[in-house]
Design a protein around this ligand. Structure first.
Ligand SMILES: [Zn+2]
Ligand SMILES: [Zn+2]
Length: 163
C-alpha cells in the first residue's frame, strides 16, 4: 500500500479555513491563494505578502505530516496578525494568543515551544543555511563549513539561521 499525503490545494484550503475558524476566527483566510510549491525546498512553507500567496512545499510535509497544521497557522500569522514577513514582536504576540486559545481546544495544533512554532525541522536541527545564488539549491549544516554547489560548482552563500 502506498501512503498518500493529501498535499493538494483543496485539502490545504479546507484545513486552512478549519484551523482559522478554530484558532483565529477574527481572520477570514478567503483572501489567500493557497499553492503547492515545486522543488525540493527544505522549507515547509512560504508566505508572499504582496500577492497574498501561501505556498506549501510537499517534500517537507511528506516527511513530517504532523507539522502541516502548525505550518498553516504559522503562515496565517504573517498575513493576519503582523503583516510582516519576519518574526518580530508582533509574531510572538500572535503565538502567545494561539497558545492561550490552544488551552480551550482539544485538537493539539500549536507547539508548546515558540522555537518549534518558528522553525521547520531542518532549521531547528541545524544552525547554518547555505544557498547557491545560481540555482537556489539549499543545504543545512550544524557547523560552519565552506560548501560548493554540487551542480554549479560555485561557492555557496552562508546564512546563519539560529543564533
Ligand atoms: Zn514565518
Ligand atoms: Zn547551484
Amino acid at each position: 500500500m502506498k501512503l498518500v499525503f493529501p498535499c493538494e490545494e483543496n485539502h490545504l484550503k479546507y484545513e486552512l479555513h478549519r484551523l482559522c475558524e478554530m484558532f483565529v476566527p477574527e481572520y477570514d483566510p478567503s483572501e489567500l491563494n493557497v499553492r503547492v510549491g515545486k522543488g525540493k525546498y527544505s522549507y515547509a512553507a512560504l508566505a508572499f505578502l504582496d500577492t497574498k500567496e501561501l505556498v506549501i512545499y510537499p517534500a517537507y510535509h511528506y516527511r513530517h505530516p504532523d507539522d502541516l497544521k502548525s505550518t498553516l497557522l504559522h503562515e496565517v500569522g504573517h498575513f493576519a496578525y503582523c503583516d510582516d514577513p519576519d518574526h518580530g514582536p508582533g509574531f510572538k504576540m500572535y503565538y502567545d494568543l494561539l497558545s492561550e486559545r490552544q488551552k480551550e481546544i482539544d485538537e493539539e495544533v500549536v507547539p508548546s515551544s515558540y522555537k518549534d512554532f518558528l522553525y521547520a525541522r531542518p532549521v531547528r536541527a541545524n544552525r547554518y543555511e547555505y544557498i547557491c545564488s545560481f540555482c537556489d539549491e539549499i543545504f543545512f549544516r550544524k557547523k560552519r563549513v565552506s560548501l560548493k554547489c554540487s551542480k554549479c560548482h560555485l561557492e555557496m552563500d552562508e546564512k546563519a539561521i539560529v543564533s
